[in-house]
Design a protein around this ligand. Structure first.
Ligand code: ADP
Ligand code: K
Length: 438
């Protein structure tokens, strides 16, 4: 669609979406009333910056269904953002939304080089996470044969890649690296596989990873980006013939902006800032100007087969969310667990690192002063752990709660009270991300 026509479409859809939420979602009505915005005088794209932002906290504050615009009987499916506990981000879809979701994923897979008749091994996790089912229905819509193997289980993944001969694999980039490494390690010959395309997303990745995956799996690897709040995977996708030049945003459904992370003002084309999305066609849960916290840039320009805007790779996040093996993780989730465990102090440190191609997380936590006194300890040594069963139980319980609530296995280390750094008045960084430190 020519750009001018696309703008007209977006403009009309935005006006409709503003009118729709004003009359259906009390959260937006209250917000717009406070901002002096009324659908009758709202001018569309020209007025979009007047709408303020929607933040992740707005989802938590209205948990679970406060942002829904339709009665529950019209909600065909619920998903949650990955790796969040308790008051997580709940998202809902009408049958029409699910159709749009499948449509944008089908479009994404086509841009990635997939064609009807090919087989797709889907190694994204199935469940509340939008990745698995999102890819699944989009692949079916495009006319692919789906192998819904879900995430993990490397032996089985490799077996099916050899037995079923799929042309396409969908996975997180870090898991695709694992598969490539295992194929090399096990000496599986290159012609035992039939892969041609890898569609990778849910976490940031680099050109180095692309090279490893492309040579290890003998594929063309493209980026798929998305987020539950807006839809799920398939908000943007790299074209297979334009790899390395950015991902097309399907902006007839998701209107993107990039704004300054401090002022919230729009930045010039090509400049880095926080990515903000407005849904243009969502029915169950329309979201206006969602502050994604993802840092990237938007640009039109050379090397393109479509009119839609491209986004660069995600450079980082403007909040403290870590993405570990595709799972979103806020260090404050550790804090919440600490509060439940009597013999641990509230002081902790999280260290994310990379072993081989897989991300790992280690958490150090202090035991309470009271427990130190009771066990007559000055620090927590291996010997102390060996001697006191209660310490080992505490460590095990903490690790299990982390696994159950956050969905990630972490190495847990107990240390003595007072051993972790304290704030000296300023902000104390409880998180070290060493994954990209050479
Ligand atoms: P998803 O199922 O797409 O991972 P979530 O809602 O669980 O959705 O997580 C969304 C976040 O994941 C995004 O805001 C972004 O930080 C990250 N993410 C998703 N896809 C990519 C990608 N291709 N590159 C970098 N980060 C990504
Ligand atoms: K994610």
């Amino acid at each position: 669609m020519p750009l001018a026509q696309l703008r007209e479409l977006q403009n009309a859809r935005l006006k409709q979406q503003v009118d729709y939420v004003y009359h259906r979602v009390p959260f937006y009505k209250a917000k717009f009333d406070a901002l002096g915005i009324h659908p009758s005088s709202f001018k569309g794209l020209a007025d979009i910056t007047k709408l303020g932002f929607t933040h992740k906290t707005d989802f938590r504050d209205t948990y679970p269904f406060g942002l829904f615009a339709v009665p529950q009987s019209e909600v065909a499916r619920l998903h949650c953002s990955s790796g969040t506990t308790g008051k997580a981000t709940v998202v809902g879809y009408t049958a029409e939304d699910l159709n749009t979701f499948a449509e944008v994923v089908a479009r994404s897979l086509a841009a990635a080089g997939c064609r009807p008749g090919m087989k797709l091994q889907n190694a994204y996790g199935y469940g509340l996470f939008t990745g698995g089912l999102g890819i699944h229905y989009g692949a079916e819509k495009l006319g692919l044969t789906v192998i819904p193997v879900s995430g993990g289980g490397t032996d089985r993944q490799l077996q099916l890649l050899q037995d079923f001969q799929p042309e396409i694999i969908c996975a997180t980039p870090s898991y695709a690296q694992v598969l490539a490494e295992e194929i090399r390690r096990r000496g599986i010959p290159a012609d035992a596989l039939n892969l041609r395309h890898a569609v990778l997303g849910a976490e940031p990745w680099t050109e180095t990873i692309r090279q490893q995956v492309e040579s290890g799996l003998r594929v063309q690897a493209t980026n798929i980006y998305g987020l539950s709040e807006i839809m799920g995977p398939g908000v943007s996708q790299e074209d297979v013939a334009e790899r390395g030049t950015g991902s097309y945003i399907w902006e007839d459904h998701f209107y993107p902006e990039v704004v300054d992370k401090d002022t919230g003002e729009p930045v010039a084309e090509g400049e880095l800032g926080v990515l903000v999305f407005t849904t243009l066609t969502k029915k169950a849960m329309p979201i206006l100007r969602y502050w994604t916290n993802d840092i990237t840039n938007l640009y039109y320009g050379e090397s393109r087969s479509r009119t839609h805007v491209k986004m660069g790779p995600i450079r980082g996040r403007s909040d403290d969310m870590l993405i570990i093996r595709g799972v979103n993780f806020f260090p404050t989730q550790v804090e919440a667990i600490l509060q439940e465990l009597q013999h641990l102090s509230p002081y902790y440190q999280v260290v994310a690192s990379r072993r081989g191609s897989l991300d790992e997380v280690a958490v150090s936590v202090e035991i309470s002063e009271e427990l130190m006194r009771r066990l007559e300890l000055t620090t927590v040594t291996e010997a102390a752990l060996g001697q006191h069963e209660c310490l080992r139980t505490l460590q095990g319980t903490f690790a299990k709660k982390i696994k159950d609530n956050i969905g990630l296995s972490m190495q847990v280390q107990l240390v003595g009270f007072g051993e972790l750094p304290r704030s000296e008045g300023g902000k104390l960084s409880k998180v070290q991300d060493l994954r990209n430190v050479p």
